[in-house]
Design a protein around this ligand. Structure first.
Ligand code: FES
Length: 332
């Protein structure tokens, strides 16, 4: 059966803006979008540019927008797309500049990965750790018993070690759309992956401190797109939430985002109510308070003025029990 592929074309050296070119190809059972593009390139138009390598959803090279959704072309069946959309539209990933056609410049993405120190830091020296490891020609071998107990944080729901750096999450990330400096889901999932690795010995928590700076873990907008569009079933957003918990637990609370969370917990813990003025001040200081003035003024005009003193709620005992359960008693 014949079908149409509409490919976004752009050569920054000769074209003023991107345009679309249509090709007709012949389908066969099991044909993937990547197979279709390879066929078009070899039989119809050798100038069409795209990345690919493994053709098995392992290397992450062939990520692109297919009918508006970021996917791996080698994992996407032509028949499914045609059944749903009647055509195959292919476009480059978003949030990165286009080098040519479907090929994007990945430099900013990989610079951010490098920023989180994606390697094991130092060597653990404690006895408990070494008891479960045999030193073999300089290599540390993890024993099954050790693997099960301590690697479970890595292989839990987030599955962060399975990341293939395809950039699907980065292309769909709402945080990167709003802030080009934001580290993004892949880098932060990797940060979590290394911070949970029992072989890592980041004594000063430098990786977590780095990730807590502006443009890091607290700049996630929780749009959940990273989880929705990951072709490997990883949940970077869950890893980021765990990094929030981890940084607060380790008292790495110098950023506005973490101060905000701590202040909300304290406010609820003290009175059972959210003291918005106090939270605004504790999160952003005088500058934050001044920045919030126009919003406060607008709310005041509509009669929404928060009380300056909050009374205790009558079920404060329930809050105390909940805080005890959540191990947040120091906020009371
Ligand atoms: S070609 Fe390697 S993931 Fe698609």
């Amino acid at each position: 059966m014949e079908f149409k592929v509409r490919a976004c074309r752009f050569n920054p050296e000769t074209d003023e803006k991107p345009y679309y070119k249509e090709y007709t190809a012949e389908d066969y059972p099991g044909m993937t979008v990547l197979n279709a593009l390879i066929k078009i390139k070899s039989e119809l138009d050798g100038t069409l540019s795209f990345r690919r390598s493994c053709r098995s959803a392992i290397c992450g090279s062939c990520a692109m927008k297919i009918n508006g959704i970021t996917k791996l072309a080698c994992k996407t069946q032509v028949s499914h797309e045609i059944d749903k959309f009647g055509i195959i539209n292919v476009e480059p990933l978003a949030n990165m500049p286009v080098i040519r056609d479907l090929v994007v410049d990945q430099e900013s993405f990989f610079d951010k990965i490098k920023e989180i120190k994606p390697y094991l830091l130092g060597q653990r020296e404690d006895e408990a750790h070494n008891r479960f490891h045999a030193l073999k020609e300089g290599e540390k071998i993890s024993q099954p018993v050790y693997y099960k107990s301590e690697f479970q944080n890595l292989t839990g729901n987030e599955d962060t070690p399975n990341c293939i750096l395809c950039e699907c999450c980065y292309s769909e990330c709402g945080g990167v759309v709003g802030n080009k400096n934001y580290l993004g889901p892949a880098a932060l999932a990797k940060l979590y992956r290394y911070s949970e690795d029992p072989r890592d010995n980041d004594k000063n928590g430098s990786r977590l401190v780095g990730g807590s700076k502006p443009d890091g873990i607290w700049d996630c907008v929780h749009c959940q797109s990273c989880e929705e569009f990951c072709p490997k079933g990883i949940s970077p957003v869950k890893a980021i939430v765990k990094l929030h918990e981890k940084s607060v637990k380790n008292s790495i609370t110098f950023s506005a985002g973490s101060k905000h969370v701590v202040s909300i917990a304290r406010s609820i813990g003290e009175t059972g109510r959210l003291d918005e003025v106090k939270v605004a001040f504790e999160s952003g200081g005088i500058t934050g308070l001044i920045n919030d003035l126009p919003m406060a003024f607008g709310a005041g005009l509509k009669g929404k003025i928060p009380p300056l003193r909050h009374k205790l709620i009558k079920d404060m005992e329930d809050i105390r029990l909940a805080y005890k359960e959540l191990d947040l008693e120091d906020k009371l």
